[in-house]
Design a protein around this ligand. Structure first.
Ligand code: NAP
Length: 318
């Protein structure tokens, strides 16, 4: 693989987990001659410069994209339209705009109309992440051996697609091309539904804990035992990690992949009801068959090398 920069100037808008990880990788491996950044708060901009993963930081997104060959939108999906509107007039002809959003149809809908003629849109989604947010949480190996899905519309300039693909490959990813609508359905199954279930389990368990809370007295002091937290190693703690993911990011994902998530949720509720019935009627064989099938899925995930972690905090890709 070549070690020359792929782009002369890259502008990264949004300097949180994903944006800062990409900046770190670009700086470490010389993937861009200049990395310019923008985040909405002064605190994030200052921290990003201090952490050393940018060549320049800009108070306005429009200034950051000035003369950029590639612009990478790394903000929550719901912020894309306003950012695209702000940067549209400053984009140079021949530039490419890409993004990292977890939903793709909404990005095409929200960003596309603001791009001038001669600017290429190559939507992307690195299927890699953790439950942490902000510029400090990024690390250059985040994308290593993870898939990055690109969803360009038919007819998109092939050279622009190839360059974005090259960038992600040199950032460590395996690049796949998918239709945007198909992407949203598949990720609805592999990511959005599991997150919704984790949010529900943790919320419900927390409510139940209040009902179960045991009160004891010792030397006259009231002792409250938080049993759900205390015994969380029984499985609950894995859900708490997923349910600790950024609330704004996940609000935007559900609001912007509404149809796919609602359809999947209907199917999930049906399957849950079938399990409920098996438990009620003591159908042990049905339960065992089902759990045997799901155990095999874990094996497949491990075999496809999608179970590993580079981060000391286990990472949960979405
Ligand atoms: P993050 O750590 O919370 O960072 C978000 C960044 O966007 C921050 O720099 C924030 O600036 C900026 N921002 C937020 N709202 C903005 C607005 N209205 N205008 C301008 N800037 C704004 O988020 P992240 O985890 O990197 O996620 C970014 C994107 O990556 C999301 O679209 C998400 O769907 C996608 N993604 C996330 C993961 C994951 O696991 N986290 C994985 C794959 C894809 P301030 O710091 O100044 O507030």
């Amino acid at each position: 693989m070549s070690d020359t920069p792929i782009y002369n100037r890259v502008a990264v808008i949004g300097l949180g987990l994903i944006g800062s990880s990409l900046c770190r990788r670009m700086k470490r491996d010389g993937l861009a001659a200049h990395v310019a950044g923008h985040a909405r708060s002064a605190a994030t901009r200052e921290t990003s410069m201090a952490l050393g993963f940018l060549d320049s930081v800009h108070e306005s997104a429009a200034d950051a994209v000035d003369d950029a060959d590639l612009v990478v939108l790394c903000v929550p999906v719901g912020a894309n339209a306003a950012v695209a509107e702000a940067i549209g007039p400053s984009l140079k002809s021949g530039a490419t705009v890409t993004d990292v959003g977890s939903v793709k149809m909404a990005v095409i809908r929200d960003v596309g109309p603001h791009l001038p003629d001669g600017v290429h849109l190559v939507p992307g989604h690195p299927v890699a992440g953790t439950e942490h947010s902000g510029p400090e949480s990024g690390f250059p190996e985040l994308f290593e051996d993870r898939y990055c899905i690109l969803t360009p519309a038919a007819g998109t300039d092939q050279k622009a697609v190839d360059r974005v693909s090259d960038l992600w490959q040199r950032a460590g990813s395996k690049v796949e091309l998918l239709d945007a609508h198909h992407h949203d359905r598949v990720l609805g199954i592999t990511s959005h539904l599991p997150h919704l279930i984790a949010y529900t389990i943790v919320g419900t368990a927390s409510d139940l804990e209040h009902q179960l809370r045991r009160e004891d007295t010792e030397n006259g002091d009231l002792i409250e035992t938080r049993e759900v937290i205390k015994y969380s190693a029984g499985g609950f703690r894995d859900f708490t990690r997923i349910a600790a993911s950024d609330p704004v990011m996940w609000r935007d994902i559900f609001l912007n992949n509404r149809e796919a998530v609602l359809e999947l949720l209907g199917r999930f509720v049906e399957d849950l009801t079938a399990l409920q019935r098996s438990i009620r009627w003591g159908e042990g064989d049905a339960l065992e068959d089902f759990f045997t099938r799901t155990r095999a899925v874990r094996r497949d995930v491990i075999d496809m090398k999608q179970a590993g972690s580079f981060n000391p905090t286990e990472r949960e890709e979405e």
